[in-house]
Structures are given as C-alpha cells and as structure tokens.
Write a protein that binds this ligand. Structure first.
Ligand code: FES
Length: 159
C-alpha cells in the first residue's frame, strides 16, 4: 500500500471523527438551549403540620405555631367547629402581630396596627393601606379531632 494512500485514509478517518464530534457537541448545545427555554418547575409543595387536638383549643383563643421555615402562624378557634389561621407577619412592614384576648383583635406594636379577628386591618397604617393578615389554609379532621395547618414545604418542589 502506498504511503499517500495510508495518509489519505487517516485523513478521511480523522475528518469523520471530527465531524461526528462536532455534530455531537452541537446536539448537546441545542438540547441544553431547549432546556433553558422551558419554564422552571419551581411551584412549592405544601405539607400539613399537626397543630393540635381540637380539644386543646379554647373557643376564641389563639395559639402560635412555626411553619417549616420558622415563620409564626396564629391559629384561632372561632367557634366550636370553626378554625382560622393567619401569618403573624404584619403586612405593613413585617413586624410580629399578637393576639389580644380581651379586645379580640390582633395588634402590631411597631406602628399600632390593629386587625379584627378575621385579619382585616381596622386602624393604623395597615388600615390606611387596606391590608389584611395573610390567611393560612387550615384543615380540621373532625373524625380524628385534629387540626392541621397547611404550610409550604421548602424542601420539596413539584416535578
Ligand atoms: S409593621 Fe405593623 S403596623 Fe407597621
């Protein structure tokens, strides 16, 4: 076999391999570009956390809990079978509100914001801004007599 023929075969083989590598790298690049254009799957999952037995809540009373991120949630038993929960974070500038049993209202000490028992601002800067406390979903398993708070699960994302 002539030397020039060997060189020609090597050259052809090198061209084929380089072409295949080029096609593969463009394919990976195009696939990554396609993934970049897809919307991210960032919707947070939720989880029910145990808040207590129904019998542990006094009618009209409020108990505080922490969600999985350490944010305080205030759970109030409105009546025998009715519960509601609010974030304790004031919607004005983020201070912590607390329940005032005698007045049956939530109070924010930072700027004297007052919220009624349903979380609606009734005086202070939050009322001026038409704000309200953020509601937290709550679930009562009446058969088992257990109250759950539905919170974001920071460790899980939907698929
Ligand atoms: S932060 Fe609550 S009233 Fe201003």
């Amino acid at each position: 076999m002539a030397e020039s023929e060997k060189t020609s075969r090597r050259g052809w083989l090198a061209s084929v391999l380089m072409g295949a590598g080029l096609v593969a790298s463009y394919g990976v690049f195009a696939f990554q570009g396609f993934l970049f254009l897809l919307p991210k799957r960032t919707q947070a999952k939720t989880r029910n956390i145990f808040a207590g037995r129904v019998s542990q809540f006094a009618v009209g009373g409020v108990k505080g809990f922490s969600d999985l991120e350490g944010n305080e949630i205030l759970v109030r038993r409105k009546s025998e079978g009715e519960f509601e929960a609010f974030s304790s974070t004031c919607p004005h500038l983020g201070c912590k509100v607390h329940w005032q049993e005698e007045e049956q209202q939530y109070f924010c000490p930072c700027h004297r914001g007052v919220f009624d028992s349903d979380g609606n601002a009734v005086s202070g800067p939050p009322a001026d801004g038409g704000q309200r406390l953020a509601s937290i979903p709550i679930e009562v398993d009446e058969a088992a007599g257990v109250v759950y708070i539905q919170v974001k699960d920071p460790g899980r994302r939907s698929a």
